[in-house]
Design a protein around this ligand. Structure first.
Ligand code: AMP
Ligand code: GLY
Length: 423
């Protein structure tokens, strides 16, 4: 079958790498892709927010399965448009994508489903929001309701910080995404990400991961899109996983179906775990980036069968064949990220790195210029490795990092520290 993957980051490179290992894939096109993806698949420069254009492109190229990577096209209704055109799509409808596109919507669903999450309130004006913060005290969490590219959440340790966040959001810092603000109880505990597929009715867990959002070692400094990740997450014991499924995931999927907006695709369940009890932090309606890279490293070619079963409503009885393995990805970013950074610096040494079932360099923000690989984004490379233990995966990943010749880049040296016992 001919398959089209939408997106152009490390997540989509990992999806492409896994899909290509499955003999069902005859031809793979990734739009827009990047320099790393171009080494393994065809890339096409098309506007993936334009449903009509993507549908026409799919038809011209006899594509029968479309995998949507990022959230923006899903929130804009791309999956609906493609399904209307008769295509098989992996990714939720616009109505179901509200689980990521609106924080207040997610909280309503949690309340209706009885899913444990932080206490919350919603506001459309700053005065009432501030009065609420004064009544609750700090720490407290202030969130822009809509999509804000991961920047719309402020975990305020003081009331002043919360007030400033409220002013910023209602002041238009996030455009329409900040027209409504959700204020939440601050939850303590350990965070983990839980990934499940749902075909609207059935649910299949496909792995757990933890990422490192802060730019600095020891999880310090400003937030980023993620500086590294590993799978599985030790905190997601079988007991915690069962609790998350039974109390949070299944009731959510049932509530979405009850409302006539069934959820089909991967659901990224962000959890806060304390004393063995998981509570929902957030949902995302797509794979995490860079969590997808470690999940794909562990799933390999079966990822395509699972995504097909999900899109075709065949998840009942589907199984994941797990190896007792561990994967880690280390993000190499351009110096300065997540602040201002230079684009266009050259990366050398990539050709000499091993690329096999245990080692892979996924490209997140690269392009090729006159034969050379250059950095075009903040997060640029995802150096990913698999091993029998997390230590082994880590040693393999950092051995590759050390072989990359890129003076314009940096990475955290401590990815996995929590799971590795604070090393
Ligand atoms: P979100 O985009 O909703 O995942 O929020 C980004 C990050 O903010 C999460 O990964 C958490 O680290 C933190 N966060 C969000 N909501 C809460 C909460 N209610 N309590 C504590 N931390 C939170
Ligand atoms: N790594 C966090 C995310 O993809 O949202």
């Amino acid at each position: 079958m001919n398959i089209l993957i939408l997106g152009g980051g490390g997540r989509e490179h990992a999806l492409a790498w896994a899909v290509l290992q499955n003999p069902k894939c005859d031809r793979l096109i990734v739009a827009p892709g990047n320099a790393g993806i171009a080494e393994i698949a065809e890339c096409a420069e098309i506007d993936i927010l334009d449903g009509g254009l993507v549908a026409a492109f799919a038809e011209e190229n006899s594509v029968s399965f479309v995998i949507v990577g990022p959230e923006a096209p899903l929130a804009a209704g791309l999956a609906d448009r493609l399904r209307d055109a008769g295509l098989l799509v992996f990714g939720p409808s616009q109505a179901a994508a509200r689980l990521e596109a609106s924080k207040a919507f997610t909280k309503e669903i949690c309340d209706a489903a009885g899913a444990p999450t932080a206490a919350w309130a919603r506001f459309t004006d700053a005065r009432a929001a501030k009065a609420h913060v004064r009544a609750q005290g700090a720490p407290i969490v202030v969130k822009a309701d809509g999509l804000a590219a991961g920047k719309g959440v402020v975990v305020a340790m003081s009331e002043d910080e919360a007030m400033a966040a409220i002013d910023e959001m209602f002041g238009g810092a996030f455009g329409a995404a900040g027209a409504e603000v959700v204020i939440e109880e601050f939850m303590e505990g350990e965070e983990a990400s839980f990934f499940v597929l749902s075909d609207g009715t059935d649910v299949l867990p496909i792995g757990t991961a933890q990422d490192h959002k802060r730019v600095g070692e020891g999880d310090t400094g400003p937030n980023t899109g993620g500086m590294g990740a590993y799978s599985p997450a030790p905190v997601m014991t079988p007991e915690v996983t069962d609790l998350a499924l039974e109390r949070i995931v299944r009731p959510t999927i049932a509530e979405m179906a009850r409302r006539g907006t069934p959820y089909q695709g991967v659901l990224y369940v962000g959890l806060m775990i304390r004393d063995g009890a998981p509570r929902l932090v957030e949902y995302n309606v797509r794979f995490g980036d860079p969590e997808c890279q470690v999940l794909m490293m562990r799933l390999g070619g079966q990822a395509l069968d699972l995504m097909l079963a999900c899109a075709e409503g065949r998840l009942r009885g589907a199984q994941v064949n797990w190896a007792e393995d561990h994967a880690m990805t280390v993000v190499m970013a351009a110096r300065g990220y997540p602040g201002a950074y230079a684009k266009g610096s050259e990366i050398r040494g990539l050709d000499a790195l091993p690329e096999d079932s245990r080692h892979m360099v996924f490209h997140a923000g690269t392009a090729r210029r006159n034969g050379a690989v250059i950095a075009t984004g903040g997060r640029v490379l995802n150096i990913t490795a698999r091993g029998d233990t997390l230590d082994e995966a880590r040693d393999r990943a950092y051995a590759m990092v050390d072989a990359v010749d890129w003076p314009g880049g940096f990475c955290r040296r401590d990815i996995g520290w929590r799971a590795l016992g604070g090393r």
